[in-house]
Design a protein around this ligand. Structure first.
Ligand code: GLA
Length: 389
């Protein structure tokens, strides 16, 4: 069911009997540049019209209460000392942000908060970043604070590292905060500089196919990949002490020292080095409007993620193979951390309907799963929503 800001506004009033400030925080897609953010590389995400909405107001009784509309669960926050909790797990995304606000010296008054939305969970559209960033902006609005956007992004990422336990890069939080309607963000994750490149979705659409699977070990495998990349840099550091990350590495360097690498570490590093270069080339394709060339690079990214980086799975591989055979598809690949979640497909607008029909049919036949698909729009980053009631 689609949840819109009015639903949260209404539920908030039912629960707390007050009028809230409303915030929306989008999930994201990533066109290309996967597993490059924590290697100081480039990414190309965009905020999408799958969003989490927050209602927030001052508290009436000095208690701070957060209500999850989806789970119909409430959680009372210890505002003086926000700590990680075992249950409910969803609270940790918000508690981590709160902890960081306090650490940074931002004064937070007792509050009531209710949230919910339609970013599918575990589908790789960054519901977690939307939670963190939306709540951070809700806190700034409710307390009339001025917090720079980059600080919000970093506090949200910190929450994910320390309260959720995944050593994520900065892409998802950056996209949720900095997104711009009709544009992709070309982000340099080392310099943290970015520019917006227009992406016209008239001729060609972004379609997400949700495998509906989330294989276990996603988080631990993610952290392992990060370590493998760091291990690769350490090996090269013996010869090139100045290298800081895989961003500084070329395929020539890798090949030269191949013998010193454990095989897996070599494959991981090769993928990342190739992918960083691919994003730079893909941004040129966008500039010249060559979506065909761009799409081919998406297929190449998938190859690398599947065979070198080994974060794909049979469901994702099936969907990409299937998309490859389909005439109206310009590019297709798995998106996000991997081991399930969505594929992102660049599809010519006049082929979208048949593509969806055809792919959902094939997927059902192969895996007996009804696959949700989403044709997404690119929207602005997190912000306040005018009250409607
Ligand atoms: C997850 C992380 C991001 C990024 C991607 C892979 O979405 O949150 O920081 O590393 O995986 O590209």
């Amino acid at each position: 069911m689609e949840v819109v800001s009015e639903d949260i506004e209404k539920r908030f009033q039912e629960i707390f009997n007050k009028i809230p400030i409303l915030i929306r925080a989008p999930g994201r897609v990533n066109l290309i540049g996967e597993h490059t953010d924590y290697n100081d590389g480039f990414v190309m995400p965009a905020a999408i019209d799958k969003e989490i909405f927050f209602g927030i107001s001052d508290s009436d009784d000095h208690r701070s209460i957060i209500h999850s509309v989806k789970y119909n669960e409430r959680f009372e926050v210890d505002l003086e000392n926000p700590q990680r909790v075992e249950e409910p797990r969803w609270a940790n995304y918000l508690l981590g942000v709160l902890y960081k606000f306090k650490k940074h010296g931002y004064a937070v008054k007792p509050f009531y908060c209710a949230f919910g939305g339609d970013v599918p969970l575990g589908a790789g559209m960054s519901s977690s970043a939307a939670m963190e960033c939306g709540f951070a902006v809700a806190l700034t609005e409710a307390n009339r604070l001025t917090v720079p956007k980059l600080e919000i992004i970093k506090m949200a990422q910190w929450a994910e590292h320390h309260f959720v336990g995944v050593q994520v890069g900065i892409m998802d939080q950056f996209a949720s905060v900095m997104g711009k309607a009709g544009h992709v963000i070309v982000l340099d994750c080392r310099a943290l500089t970015h520019y917006y490149a227009p992406l016209d979705l008239q001729q060609c659409a972004i379609v997400l196919c949700d495998t509906k699977v989330k294989h276990s070990l996603v988080d631990s495998e993610y952290n392992t990949r990060r370590k493998e990349c760091e291990a690769g840099v350490k090996i090269l550091n013996k010869r090139y002490p100045e290298l800081k990350s895989l961003r500084d590495v070329s395929t020539v360097m890798l090949e030269e020292h191949r013998g010193e690498f454990p095989e897996k570490v070599f494959s991981r590093c090769l993928y990342v080095v190739q992918e960083i270069a691919r994003v730079q080339a893909a941004s040129k394709d966008l500039e010249t409007g060559d979506l065909r060339a761009f799409g081919l690079k998406m297929f190449q990214t998938h190859e690398g993620l599947s065979h070198l980086y080994e974060v794909s799975c049979k469901e994702l591989d099936f969907l990409v193979e299937h998309a490859k055979q389909f005439k109206g598809v310009l590019g297709s690949r798995m998106m996000g951390g991997g081991f399930g979640g969505c594929t992102i497909n660049l599809v010519q607008s006049d082929s979208v309907e048949t593509f969806i029909q055809n792919t959902t049919g094939a997927y059902r036949k192969e895996f007996a799963i009804d696959m949700p698909t989403y044709r997404v729009k690119i929207v602005d980053g997190v912000g306040r929503v005018p009250p409607t009631l």
